[in-house]
Design a protein around this ligand. Structure first.
Ligand code: GLC
Ligand code: CA
Length: 554
């Protein structure tokens, strides 16, 4: 495998709207991020991915872009963005922006022009079909609910949107669209970005010609995945994009890729792949149901282990996965992957170490380093996220009571991760001096950065140690490039693996509150990390405490 500049890095995702508000309007902004760069540098972050802050009506919180060349005034100005890139660089941090090009906003100039003249140049930027009374062009269900087709305002046509109706899909079959995309990417890379996180990219190739699939719910529609399974040839677009943009700049690119087939992995992230890396979503998609969130199966510690190892085995040394515990589309990982009632400092650290020491590039989502938890929503009105509202409706339609539906969607709501970052125990968790755009998690007096930065035993300090270990010249080679080999795979509530390279490390976590023992044949040289003060051991037998995690040099 070719060695790349980003392999040994640690990445961090910022959701700008909820990170830090510098001017009291209740919305996080770019000057706010600049103000916190020292915090991030001190933690040891090298790569910073910003969720979108381009001009946008914020129908899907910025994943609906109305101008790819401008910053939304709520987030700041282009000068702020340039200053962020420069200030980050001074601290050895590079910035990734979010590349959202499966769709734009219905308020983008292109879409407005398509409405004015659907048969003209810009009509062909989108997927338009003639409107027929009582009949849709296809029966595909959008990700956020309802059909993917809506009327193109002022015309007798309909347009396709696989996400929200304010997110019309761009027609990638049209070379002019692709040119526009590449031009924009290069324009940003010229500004000094390190690269991009690439949104929803698997959707850019549709199965042509369009046709219906077997309905999978009573609404007569089918999941968009039915169509995507039949879409062939995305590689032509992705390869072209790589050659025309990222490759020329040696930029980093990480794809939001779902449902790739094992044989496609070398094309996606092998040497000269379409992307530098792609996220491992094997854990996040576990238990998902076509019926909706209310019908999902919770994930157990044994499932979690299996998902991680499956993903690791699938990729092997072909390339680099980007490993996450959570992101802005997922609930908080500590609330999801730690059994109910067991969420505590020890178990949070265990989850952190088990994930962080996997082979691949670790991504930390804002607040994860503090062990931020899901939000106790008391009514659906407290929820902003469009996707949660849709899933709530689906749950009600399936016959759940309003209380049951709220409980079911609360577990998965994207707003769990979108509540303001908890900086201090002061008003609004120190996020804003105004009224926060989304309710602050009421647990901020006990979970906040100010307290944890000073506490050597905090979740934050543990993350800092994990990062420092990854960068330690003695262990870096092994942690970054060493092979991953599961151990004691069949043992219940125990997750353990070797990292084998120049050295051999054993990572072992007791994924339950009851103690459990492991036997080491040859003992170990050194304990590199431990979330407890001591290791209880006797003649090669280690008695792990509840949720104890160890990184041992063998
Ligand atoms: C991606 C984003 C998500 C967004 C969707 C549509 O999945 O992560 O937040 O809603 O794409 O752009
Ligand atoms: Ca602000």
């Amino acid at each position: 495998m070719d060695r790349k500049w980003w392999h040994d890095k640690v990445a961090y995702q910022i959701y700008p709207k909820s990170f830090y508000d510098s001017n009291g309007d209740g919305i996080g902004d770019i000057p706010g991020i600049i103000g916190k760069l020292d915090y991030l540098a001190d933690l040891g972050i090298d790569i910073l991915w910003l969720s979108p802050c381009y001009q946008s009506p914020l129908a899907d919180q910025g994943y609906d872009i109305s101008d790819y060349y401008n910053i939304d005034p709520r987030f700041g100005t282009m000068e702020d963005m340039e200053r962020l890139i420069a200030e980050a660089k001074k601290r050895g941090i590079c910035i990734l922006m979010d590349l959202v090009v499966n769709h734009c906003s219905d308020e983008h100039e292109w879409f407005k022009r398509a409405c004015e003249d659907p048969d003209g140049k810009y009509g062909n930027y989108f997927y338009l079909r003639d409107k027929k009374e009582g009949e849709l062009p296809t029966n595909w269900r959008s990700y956020f609910g309802g059909p993917v087709w809506d009327d193109l305002p002022g015309t007798d046509k309909q347009y396709l949107h696989v996400f929200h109706k304010k997110q019309p899909d761009l027609n990638w079959e049209n070379p002019e669209v692709r040119e526009e995309v590449y031009k924009n990417i290069n324009w940003w890379l010229d500004k000094g970005l390190g690269g991009f996180r690439i949104d929803a990219i698997i959707n850019i190739k549709k199965a042509l010609p369009f046709h219906d699939y077997e309905p999978d719910r009573e609404d007569g529609l089918c999941s968009i995945h039915a169509m995507l399974r039949g879409a062939k040839g995305i590689g032509t677009f992705l390869g072209e994009m790589r050659d025309r943009t990222f490759k020329k700049y040696d930029a980093f690119s990480v794809g939001e890729v779902f449902n790739e087939k094992p044989e496609e992995i070398p094309d996606f992230i092998g040497d000269d792949g379409y992307f530098s890396s792609m996220f491992d979503f094997n854990e996040t998609i576990f238990g998902g149901s076509e019926n909706g969130w209310y019908d999902a199966t919770p994930i157990t510690p044994d499932d979690y282990k299996k998902c991680c190892f499956e993903a690791q085995a699938k990729v092997g040394d072909i390339g680099f996965l980007s490993n996450i515990i959570e992101n802005h589309d997922e609930p908080r990982g500590v609330s999801r992957y730690i059994p109910e009632g067991d969420c505590c400092t020890e178990s949070k650290k265990m989850l952190a170490a088990l994930n962080f020491m996997l082979r691949g590039l670790p991504f930390i989502y804002q607040g994860q380093e503090l062990g931020m938890e899901n939000v106790p929503f008391t009514t659906i009105d407290e929820v902003d996220d469009i996707s949660t509202h849709d899933e709530y409706r689906v749950a009600l339609e399936a016959g759940l009571s309003p209380e049951e539906a709220l409980r079911a969607v609360s577990k998965f709501s994207r707003d769990n991760a979108r509540t303001p970052m908890q900086w201090t125990d002061g008003a609004n968790a120190g996020f804003t001096t105004g009224t926060p755009w989304l309710k602050v998690n009421p647990n901020y007096p006990s979970i906040n950065a100010a307290a944890q930065v000073q506490d050597a035993d905090s979740v934050y300090s543990f993350y800092k140690k994990l990062i420092a270990l990854r960068k330690d010249p003695v262990y870096k080679e092994t942690i970054v490039y060493g092979a991953l080999e599961p151990v004691w795979e069949e043992r219940h509530n125990l997750m353990a693996y070797y990292r084998k390279g120049e050295r051999t490390l054993l990572v072992v976590g007791n994924y339950q509150k009851e103690p459990q023992e492991i036997e080491l044949q040859k003992g170990y040289k050194k304990a590199l990390l431990n979330n407890y003060k001591d290791i209880a051991q006797d003649k090669g037998i280690i008695r792990l405490q509840g949720y104890q995690v160890l990184v041992l040099e063998m």
